[in-house]
Design a protein around this ligand. Structure first.
Ligand code: SF4
Length: 249
């Protein structure tokens, strides 16, 4: 069984390499990080005010009454109902979905959507070393949102060079995506440059921090300039422009 926070679509992918593609999202519960540095304020189910990331409801265990335990087949059925007659991208996100990599149910989902010729993206913080031996695993697009110091996580926890290298070298397509805030953009750029020196060649996307249009506006120009000056690729957050911080769209 797999712990799922939400399954939703059809919608569009709002960020990264396949932005704009019609998509169904499977959001896994649980994460090995909390990313309090992203400073999203929320009140958890115990009434305690906390700081976290924009998917705190998939990370903070006090929200577990909103999570469902589903089998791989249940997940496939729900997704297929949402797809109707279409073949959207399947986006596996979280939380940290790779916590489930060794689960038979998780592999069943990947295999099913690969065999039925769906494009699969896994959005991950790339801190977990996984076996990538099977063809259906290699065909996944790995969107690696490696966390910088601005996440508030310790370096030793968030940067796992062997795990990132393994994905770059053994999958057919992957890219790095970093969240940047104007206030510490110089430090973030330095960190990114240090990191990519240790990695095989890989596309780098920069994305402005922000859970609403106002915050995006504060950070976006600085991020665009970093991309122009360093040959990185700008990733917008289209879903935020369209729906602001509304969930499940
Ligand atoms: S790794 Fe991603 S899902 Fe996990 S806490 Fe950080 S931003 Fe949130």
């Amino acid at each position: 069984m797999l712990s799922i926070n939400e399954i939703f679509g059809l919608t569009i992918q709002g960020e990264g390499k396949r932005v704009g593609k019609p998509s169904v999202f499977i959001r896994f519960s649980k994460c090995n990080f909390t990313c309090s540095g992203f400073s999203i304020k929320y009140t958890n189910e115990e009434g305690i005010e906390k700081l976290g990331c924009d998917t705190f409801y998939a990370v903070d265990k006090t929200f577990k009454n909103q999570w469902r335990e589903l089998s791989g087949q249940n997940i496939i059925n729900e997704v297929m109902n949402l797809c109707g007659m279409q073949k959207p991208d399947i986006v596996i996100t979280g939380g940290e979905p790779l916590l489930n990599w060794k689960s038979e149910d998780f592999q069943k989902i990947l295999k099913y959507f690969h065999e039925n010729k769906f494009n699969i993206t896994i959005e991950t913080n790339a801190s977990i070393n996984i076996d990538l031996n099977e063809e259906y695993q290699k065909n996944i697009l790995f969107s690696m949102s490696v966390k910088l110091a601005n996440s508030g996580e310790k370096y030793s926890k968030r940067i796992k060079i062997p795990a990132i290298k393994n994905i770059i070298e053994n999958s057919n397509d992957s890219y790095l995506k970093f969240v940047i805030e104007k206030n510490n953009a110089t430090e973030s750029l330095k960190e990114i440059k240090e990191l990519i020196k240790e990695l095989p060649k890989c596309e780098v996307y920069l994305m402005p921090m922000g859970e609403n249009v106002k915050e995006l506006a504060h950070n976006e120009e600085c991020v665009i300039n970093l991309c122009i000056n360093n040959s990185f690729i700008y990733s917008d957050r289209l879903h935020i422009r369209l729906w602001n911080d509304k969930r499940g769209v």
